[in-house]
Write a protein that binds this ligand. Sequence first.
Ligand code: GLN
Length: 498
Amino acid sequence: MTDICSLSLTQVASELQARKIGVAETVNACLERIDTCEPQIGALITIARDEARSLAAKMDAQKPDPQRPLWGVPVIVKDALSTKNLRTTAASLILDNFVPFYDAHVVHKLREAGAIILAKANMDEFAMGSSTENSAFRKTRNPWNLEHVPGGSSGGSAAAVTAGECFAALGSDTGGSIRQPAAFCGCAGLKPTYGRVSRYGLFAFASSLDQVGPIARTVEDIALMLNVIGGHDPRDSTSAMEPMEDYAANLAAKSGDRPLAGTRIGLPSAFISNGLATEVRDVIVRAADLARDLGAEIIDITLPDPNIASATYYIVAMAEASSNLARYDGVRYGRRAPDIDTLDELYLQSRSQGFGNEVKRRIMLGSYVLSSGYYDAYFKKAAQTRRLIQMKYFEALGQCDLLLMPVAPVTAWKLGENEQDPLKTYLMDAYTLPVNLAGLPGLSIPAGMGAESSMPVGIQLVGKPFAESAILRCGHILEKALPPLGIPTGIRDIISGH
Ligand code: GLN
């Protein structure tokens, strides 16, 4: 008998369509995996067990629908995405008891395509963090080694996919939160071009940077998910009119042993020679060599200093966060502090009790950089710098078809290791956040294991605006040529009862 949980999204979708496996059987396999792994992995906040089971039973009584590409497939979504009648917390105490009355656009799209929403994934509170240690509810562990973080902020989504609890998940990415946890967990993750995927129903962190995107076990699965969730949505004013492509069909590679012939890949050599852990650098250099062997032309390019991008990002992101989070006032949604006499005190107490330390830190810094005496020195300067960074990335992409970059300078660190040093964690996003500042698409794929840490290492492919097909095709070709990582060691131990 096949182990259902080890199938890819594409495989399980086609087996369900062919009725080789049942919907209830598939849902139960995932729920069983969740029961086995969750006590140790902790990837989830809320599990929609009964809803998933009853929907599965209903679907099994019907015929599969070939128009619905995810018919019967269990998926998990980050808890920053609104799900109708299903608790949605953004991993914050302030939304502890919040049950939305509407679906985010992407959740609606998933359901329309036939997917079953199995659970809501753990994350850093309001997507602020890089390790999922900032959740108000629990810390998620890395399926490769339970002593390590899964990355963040979409760490629950990446850990759930890696652990086989579902076939794909949605995350959100403001400065790396899809690509970095995907890299840390050894799966694939895509941050689409800004505007490709609707943000309607995504709890806003920094609206000019946020994008929703998929995390899955293969690039093919990522393409299938993008087909489903992408496209114009009139409810998001920044949603692009740019036509969609069939990203999955576009993966079909040229045959022969040089499928990347004619592809020019820009490699920022300064990023590779400085600031990376040796084990990360080795994997990236090997991936570039492999791309060359497969026919690609590798071009040396220059990109802005990643530290400047970090400083810029944290000013922009915190400013936007401080304004977006003003809506949580204890009156309209979620937690309200009890026994309060005045309105001011109600705001103060509800927010003091509801928000965690990282969120408070960002609200304070964000308010500071926007305040009248400091606006020009900080926010305005950062907005100008952002524009320059974007121009430099556009220039670089004028010389090549796509960029090959690191995802993170290190592999997944140990739980607690960086918790006391927020600045150190902020600097870990230096290779992902410029892609958000420039609004470009970025794909992270697993490229090998770190020789020292024995943890997965990812590489990042960055494309021109709306050129998702180009990075997905290149990622797909590289993925097929790279040695597969195999079963995550932590999950193997949990399943075999060690
Ligand atoms: N780690 C970054 C931050 O803390 C990015 C988070 C994200 O992409 N949501 O802001």
